[in-house]
Design a protein around this ligand. Structure first.
Ligand code: KG4
Ligand code: ZN
Length: 357
């Protein structure tokens, strides 16, 4: 029986310092042996958002301890690691540099291959940590920095079908939370507030809902939320606004996913009907429910990562590392930090005023 690969993953692209060890079981199913995530919420709370220099300093302070803990918890010995995979981008330059340099140093001292990972590819492959997932599949990536539909044809093979032309959906959640006076990071709190409110109280806009294919827009929604918050007086009205916001996002994602299904089917004919939803916002249970309903109506199979692996983590980075390791896709130790790194590098830039849809 051949030895199963053991991969160390390292993640530091934003405000989570994370390390994880993954391997495979006898059936070739990926298994998470450890997954340590240290969040910096307390560091950034008083500033209402991530401060890059503080985040980088915190990564530097913690990365070796977090990695040590991940190795200890996995029960493996250091020399059993077959490759080190670290996030090289996209993300905050100063933060990425910490994990990437640390990963390279580990690879160099252990004399093991080094693998540079695209953070977004980590999200894209995160469902493989709990589900069997074959290519091709339609991916809806919904995080704090990205909102995209992609046709995923294989490892590293992405065709963007649609993207936000302004804010990411996670950003809209966080900004709405901030306007309601909810502490950073507010996305998960909006979901809780929404449970106590009337979703039909405020009519909020759904920009480009009937045009632009499966491209999306959230900036107008944020402006409308700002306008309503100025009139809000009671706590109940806050819950109502959160519920109205949550419902509007659900409707936008439902409608645009339906359009994306059509485009995906046109490209792939009947080869696949798998719909993967990943990224921090995929932790939102109501959004999951609405998209599952859509899949039932359209005969698609919905796949989500476990809630615990929706946000940033290193198990998903190790997952990409595992796939690349099997294909011997290794990188040199001079691999650069890539603060901007699109999954589909051929896709045209679609942001800012004057965008033609
Ligand atoms: O993927 P992620 O952890 O980091 C990025 O790569 O951006 O996503 C973070 C985003 C934040 O905007 C956060 O507010 C949002 O995901 N988020 C949620 C929920 N949990 C996290 N948004 C809505 N509902 C949630 N339950
Ligand atoms: Zn992320």
């Amino acid at each position: 029986m051949s030895k199963k690969p053991i991969i160390l993953g390292i993640e530091s692209s934003c405000d989570e310092t994370a390390a994880s060890i993954i391997s495979e079981n006898e059936q070739g199913i990926p298994t998470v042996l450890s997954n340590i995530v240290s969040s910096q919420v307390d560091v950034h709370k008083e500033f209402g958002g991530v401060v890059p220099e503080l985040a980088a300093r915190s990564h530097i302070e913690k990365i070796d301890l977090i990695t040590k803990k991940a190795i200890e918890e996995s029960g493996i010995k250091l020399e059993e690691i077959d490759a080190i995979a670290a996030t090289a981008g996209p993300g905050l330059m100063v933060c990425l540099s910490v994990g990437l340099s640390f990963g390279k140093a580990m690879a160099s001292s252990l004399k093991k291959p080094f693998i540079a990972v695209n953070h977004l590819e980590g999200h894209a492959l995160s469902p493989k940590l709990n589900s069997k997932l074959d290519y091709p599949y339609l991916l809806l990536l919904i995080s704090g920095g990205h909102t995209q539909f992609l046709n995923v044809r294989g490892l590293g093979k992405y065709k963007r079908l649609g993207t936000t032309i302004d804010d990411a959906v996670g950003e809209a959640f966080d900004k709405t939370a901030k306007l309601l006076g909810i502490e950073f990071p507010g996305g998960p709190q909006i979901e809780e507030y929404a449970k106590k409110g009337n979703p039909n109280k405020y009519q909020l806009p759904k920009p480009i809902i009937h045009k632009g294919g499966c491209n999306l827009s959230f900036a107008g929604l944020k402006t409308a939320v700002l306008r309503v918050t100025k009139q809000i007086k009671t706590e109940q009205e806050k819950y109502d606004l959160a519920a109205s916001f949550q419902k509007t996002v659900e409707e936008i994602l439902y409608k645009k996913s339906k359009v994306a299904f059509k485009e995906f089917k046109n490209i792939n004919k009947d080869k696949s009907n798998t719909f993967v939803v990943a990224g921090g916002v995929a932790a939102n249970k109501k959004i999951r429910k609405v998209l599952i309903t859509l899949c039932e109506e359209e005969n698609f199979k919905a796949i989500f990562p476990p809630i615990s692996l929706c946000g940033d983590n290193a198990a998903m980075i190790a997952m990409v590392g595992l796939e690349k390791f099997k294909l011997k896709q290794f990188n040199n130790l001079d691999y650069p930090v890539k603060p901007r790194w699109a999954l589909d590098e051929k896709a045209v830039f679609l942001k800012g005023p004057g965008v033609k849809l």
